[in-house]
Write a new protein. Structure first.
Lengths: 168, 409
């Protein structure tokens, strides 16, 4: 399928496709296809094979895990990007359409083949992905720290300080 | 309440005053290692008996762990654990380079022959020899274990690890034991007694004292205190007691005990009960028999101005409160009766250095260490307005805590 230049221009504004020339993007999305699902439909389930990366073109999608909503994604955001990391990746969460949704489906096999061929577009996407992931990891770390009481505990050092007030 | 429960109660009280926090409390109170061993022996008649043996190693931040080994039908894992922590605090109060441990076998040794007792002891060493040792954990005598038992332990351990007299203390003097070990606890009590009398401005000469118990601690306390100028006004053992407000003739009393096996019916005074000894009109009371003999009610009746805890936990925590309210000074067990473990430490030191100290040296070093411990506890008590017992626990927690922090977790 060929996608419009207009859409390509939109897509390269999404962080993980940042830095792609229009020509590279066109090549990258060469075998992508559009798909539509109705409101309430499931795009993929936790544990499914991660066979494609999805770009939301229209509508809103909820990402949930074990019934807990992790994120709500809208137009021109990406989901299922972990599937690019390699074969055998399974979906780590469930994606459900909150409205009628139109997505662009990029088969991960295709991307992996491009990577094998040292395709510049695919390499740029993966480099971008690494950046996105590291930001996410940072956010999770910060959250972990805040969950454990806001600041790092120093119980042994605190005890040592208490003892200095009991000098004998 | 057992002496272990009481120790735990006082530890918590001091830890709360110091505000060390719940997790540090848990860290300090949880034992390092607990060993439970099956000890099976063949009795003289060919029967096979299986006993449970325990060794709890509570804390080693200040050094190898130290604590007695008791043979008693009531020994169990919980009791041993509580007593092990008591040893951690006791060794810390007197500043010995030791941690705390305790062990025992659930057995009534009076039902065993000497040969059976030997087999039992050696078999237990077979089961625990790899967790004890001169630099790991050094057992010593306790309830129903004596220098002979310690000698067997040394011998059996040495079969595995080579000549190692420092693996155990309380050995016979003829076999690497220390001079002065037998009188050590009583001498330690005398040392703190002299100091507290000085603090309250009472002379040792003419000081009237009462002793409950006439075993290893009570008998030597009676003799040593009397030799130092004290007047023994009441004394008792399991069979009964005797009192004389003008003072009992102590050498005569020893003669009587030698003949009769008890202080009861001693001619130099009038008969009294064990309880009457505790409430006798005196300056210093030394409960040196069992735990929990002074409860809330009895504490109101005690007429002594000073209580020296010769036994472990002779006063219940409720009694302790009453004494505090009434202004009766209590020198707590972890300080008062620490002379025993202190001379055990001297024995270990002599064994490691392959030297023998004369009794004079043992006694003067003991006096010095007890004096230092009393002085530190007294300082905390005065500066923080705390009872001697709480102060002793504060000192112990501070020392163990500091070692723990410096080492890191």
């Amino acid at each position: 399928m060929s996608i419009t230049t207009q859409l390509v221009k939109k897509l390269v504004q999404i962080p993980i496709f940042g830095g792609l020339t229009v020509g590279e993007a066109a090549a990258f999305f060469e075998v992508a296809h559009e798909a539509s699902v109705g409101k309430g439909a499931t795009l993929f389930r936790e544990g499914d094979d991660g066979d494609a990366l999805l770009v939301i073109l229209e509508g809103e999608v909820a990402v949930t895990r074990k019934g807990i909503e992790l994120a709500r994604l809208g137009k021109h955001t990406v989901l299922g990007e972990m599937s690019l990391m390699g074969e055998g990746e399974v979906r780590s969460a469930t994606a459900t359409a909150l409205t009628d949704v139109k997505v662009l489906n990029v088969p991960s096999k295709r991307v992996q083949k491009m990577l094998k061929d040292d395709d510049v577009a695919a390499l740029k996407v993966v480099a971008n992905l690494a950046q996105v992931m590291s930001k996410r990891l940072q956010a999770i770390n910060e959250r972990l720290v805040s969950m454990s009481g806001g600041k790092k505990k120093e119980e042994l050092a605190d005890f040592g300080r208490i003892l200095t007030t009991w000098q004998f | 309440m057992t002496s272990a429960d009481a120790a735990n109660y006082y530890f918590k009280k001091a830890a709360r005053i110091m505000d060390v926090g719940e997790r540090i409390e848990t860290l300090l109170v949880t034992p390092l290692r607990e060993v439970k061993a099956q000890v099976s022996i063949e009795l003289d008649n060919g029967e096979i008996r299986t006993f449970q043996g325990f060794r709890c190693q509570h804390d080693n931040s200040r050094g190898p762990m130290k604590g007695g080994l008791r043979y008693h039908p009531q020994v169990d894992a919980e009791e041993v654990m509580g007593l092990a922590s008591l040893m951690t605090w006791k060794t810390a109060v007197v500043n010995l380079p030791y941690g705390g441990a305790k062990g025992g076998i659930t057995v009534d040794p009076s039902t065993l022959s000497l040969k059976e007792l030997e087999r039992l002891t050696r078999k237990f060493v077979d089961q625990i020899h790899d967790v004890i040792g001169p630099t790991r954990d050094i057992p010593g005598p306790d309830l129903n274990t004596n220098p002979q038992v310690m000698a067997w332990i040394m011998d059996q351990y040495s079969k595995y690890h080579g000549h190692a007299p420092a693996v155990v203390t309380g050995k016979p003097v003829e076999l690497y034991g220390s001079k002065g070990r037998e009188t050590a606890t009583a001498r330690g009590l005398l040392s703190v007694c002299r100091q507290i009398l000085q603090d309250v401005g009472l002379p040792m000469k003419g000081m009237r004292f009462a002793v409950q118990g006439f075993g290893n601690v009570g008998s030597h306390v009676s003799r040593l205190f009397a030799e130092a100028g004290g007047v023994l006004v009441a004394v008792s053992d399991v069979h009964g007691g005797v009192q004389n407000p003008r003072g009992l003739d102590v050498p005569g009393l020893f003669e009587h005990v030698k003949r009769q096996g008890s202080v009861k019916n001693f001619g130099g005074g009038t008969a009294c009960t064990n309880e009457e000894v505790l409430t006798a009109d005196c300056d210093v009371l030394v409960p040196a028999a069992l735990g929990s003999v002074v409860d809330k009610e009895l504490a109101k009746e005690v007429r002594a101005r000073i209580v020296l805890e010769g036994a472990n936990a002779p006063c219940t925590p409720e009694a302790d409160e009453i004494f505090e309210q009434r202004g009766v000074l209590v020198v707590p067990d972890i300080l008062a009766n620490a002379g025993g473990v202190t001379v055990s430490y001297f024995e270990w030191v002599q064994n490691l250095q392959h030297v023998t100290w004369d009794e004079e040296r043992v006694n003067s070093e003991l006096d010095r260490m007890m004096a230092e411990a009393y002085e530190k506890v007294g300082q905390i008590s005065r500066s923080r307005k705390l009872a001697l017992r709480t102060s002793a626990y504060v000192l112990a927690i501070g020392r163990v805590g500091k070692a723990t922090v410096l080492r890191g977790i």
